[in-house]
Design a protein around this ligand. Sequence first.
Ligand code: HEC
Length: 143
Amino acid sequence: MKRALIVAGILTLGLTAALAQSNIVAERQSLMKEFGAQTKTLSGMLRGQTPFNLAEAQAALKTISADAKKLPAMFPDSTKGVPKSDALPSIWEKKAEFEQIFVNLDTAASTAAAKITDEASFKADVPKVLQNCGTCHTAFRKG
Ligand code: HEC
């Protein structure tokens, strides 16, 4: 009886851990989707498809900066190789390099949010923010 309880306990623990893993993967994917939405706003203005709007640009950059601070903690070892994730194993082999790109993205986004005053400074600074997305995806995300 005692043994059965222990086994049941271990099974529950295992299940809880699996759930925690899939939650954290879903959570980081939803933050990445938010990155995607902010980037859409910014690139629309960069390409002139939507009119430049300083307040909207700053808000998008601030959201990117805030999310970039949350994301490094969302790649624990326990999520290495889980299905339904496009994260490459290289993340865990080069963790410092991976996390540095989030720091670079955060710094670039918060600097740009503070610096941009008009469309010209927006067009000069925002590409430097967005290049971090591609740098990381090339090295650390499946195809
Ligand atoms: C330091 C690395 C890194 C940076 C910087 C980064 N990403 Fe990602 N991104 C990833 C990884 C890894 C995944 C796959 C996550 C998963 O599936 O577990 C991903 C997934 C995504 C996805 C797919 C989400 C989904 O599953 O639906 C989008 C969209 C995305 N990123 C957009 C962006 C944009 C836009 C930026 C820049 C503002 C950005 N990312 C910056 C590493 C990064």
